[in-house]
Ligand binder design. Sequence first.
Ligand SMILES: Cc1cc2nc3c(=O)[nH]c(=O)nc-3n(C[C@H](O)[C@H](O)[C@H](O)COP(=O)(O)OP(=O)(O)OC[C@H]3O[C@@H](n4cnc5c(N)ncnc54)[C@H](O)[C@@H]3O)c2cc1C
Ligand SMILES: NC(=O)c1ccc[n+]([C@@H]2O[C@H](COP(=O)([O-])OP(=O)(O)OC[C@H]3O[C@@H](n4cnc5c(N)ncnc54)[C@H](OP(=O)(O)O)[C@@H]3O)[C@@H](O)[C@H]2O)c1
Length: 494
Amino acid sequence: MVPRCWFWWRWSAWPRTRPPFAGSTPTPGLLQQFSTQEKTPQICVVGSGPAGFYTAQHLLKHHPQAQVDIYEKQFVPFGLVRFGVAPDHPEVKNVINTFTQTAHSDRCAFWGNVEVGRDVTVPELQEAYHAVVLSYGAEDHQPLGIPGEELPGVLSARTFVGWYNGLPENRELTPDLSCDTVVILGQGNVALDVARILLTPPEHLERTDITKAALEVLRQSQVKTVWIVGRRGPLQVAFTIKELREMIQLPGTRPILDSENFLGLQDRIKEVPRPRKRLTELLLQTATQKPSGEETAHQALASRVWGLRFFRSPQQVLPSPDGRRVAGIRLAVTRLEGVGEATRAVPTGDTEDLPCGLVLSSVGYKSRPIDPSVPFDPKLGVIPNTEGRVVDVPGLYCSGWVKRGPTGVIATTMSDSFLTGQTLLQDLKAGLLPSGPRPGSVAIQTLLRSRGVRPVSFSDWEKLDAEEVARGQGAGKPREKLVDPREMLQLLGH
Ligand SMILES: Cc1cc2nc3c(=O)[nH]c(=O)nc-3n(C[C@H](O)[C@H](O)[C@H](O)COP(=O)(O)OP(=O)(O)OC[C@H]3O[C@@H](n4cnc5c(N)ncnc54)[C@H](O)[C@@H]3O)c2cc1C
Ligand SMILES: NC(=O)c1ccc[n+]([C@@H]2O[C@H](COP(=O)([O-])OP(=O)(O)OC[C@H]3O[C@@H](n4cnc5c(N)ncnc54)[C@H](OP(=O)(O)O)[C@@H]3O)[C@@H](O)[C@H]2O)c1
């Protein structure tokens, strides 16, 4: 192990080589607001998803000389924008253009293939930088905690999404879609993404950035029915109206909603906030109204169905007779207790067995602790913080899903990350960050080299990007994602 402070004496020999920020004109007088020692803060961001990039963007925009280095464990940047957002939602991925602009700043560097906590520790980063921002997202799935969860044929939605989106660690998943029925547990937007990808006619996915391997498996799929199961009722679904509408209009499919679940709802929706009201009205209309002529024709042609099952909580995964894979799921019938946000599902004592060949658990993502030196709340799965300041660790900040938990869209993550950036700059101005120069990436690069870690730069990513785009062109796809890290290294000549 390299001694903790070895780079201090080396640092004095390193010149500052980076040119001043060429990508923007600093606001007049902005620099004068900072005292001499805060004029060239070295800041490091861990994670290159929306939180990492939006935090970097804020820091670069509001501090005319800040240097921001982004460390990322994958070879490629952009986090869930690349590995989460559904392939048939290309417009959402346009944020990559903004992130690329940030990465092109002379005062920003991207270092991929560096796993913080493994290749370099958080205390080592803290010694090299004036401030460290942890924006490493929520990489695990929330376990169900029920018997049979480990059976073949039970997958987390996180893994399934990673597979169709080309996440290297999930590239060999090949889910078995030879069954008739799939059960998805959870009624959030990820559940709808997964249901939509399972049911969309494969020819409609051909021109997206879904991986070739996933498209092949989907082409062979025998799945006819997808149940999306929620432990609470129609008024508590976690998905949003746009995504529900897409499901209702999905070619070749028909929704099944039990009108019994909607009894009395018409009166209750008057009291709920407008977005929830509109969403529930659409559900209610789909469940209870006769489809229009056009919709009837659309539904008559449907060869696949999807349905929402309410008031059902997963209790046990049922094995096949030989015990080798999933054959169904036992659901506890529930009723609601409490009011408003505090409404809880409690079991009535009744159960229902639902036969299926694949269970996809979509009950949320979960952050991991990154380093023993960083406080972590295992119950909430977040780094305890006040406005982005990690509690009791001066100079350490957090943003995004690891700051506030695994919910919220990219826009929410953006506002949250800007706030963390603002907090950090306030602390800098108030003299709360270490004074004197810090070596930044120069020290960390040397440290990584001594450990045999070879980071990839943003221009390396741009080479991989060009290769992906070229590979996709023949098939009319925006890109064919590279999924094998060894191949990526070969392409980079590493
Ligand atoms: C399946 C799915 C689909 C979604 N679709 C949409 C959508 O259509 N529209 C929308 O607005 N929002 C969508 N979201 C929400 C959106 O993706 C999140 O709000 C956002 O990505 C959270 O940003 P983040 O930076 O906190 O986390 P992430 O995007 O997960 O980024 C975290 C980054 O940190 C890196 N990292 C992790 N550990 C380490 C480590 N130890 N060292 C270095 N790097 C590390 C990861 O590789 C990753 O690149 C979706 C979410 C999911 C799960
Ligand atoms: N198109 C998009 O904009 C898009 C796409 C994908 C994701 N996202 C965003 O990404 C975030 C994460 O999405 P998500 O779907 O993973 O999470 P989510 O929105 O939090 O939904 C999780 C679902 O799982 C259920 N659940 C949780 N624990 C459970 C348990 N133990 N047993 C049974 N059900 C359980 C929840 O029910 P309860 O409500 O009863 O807890 C809820 O229905 C969300 O903010 C989402 O909007 C956006």
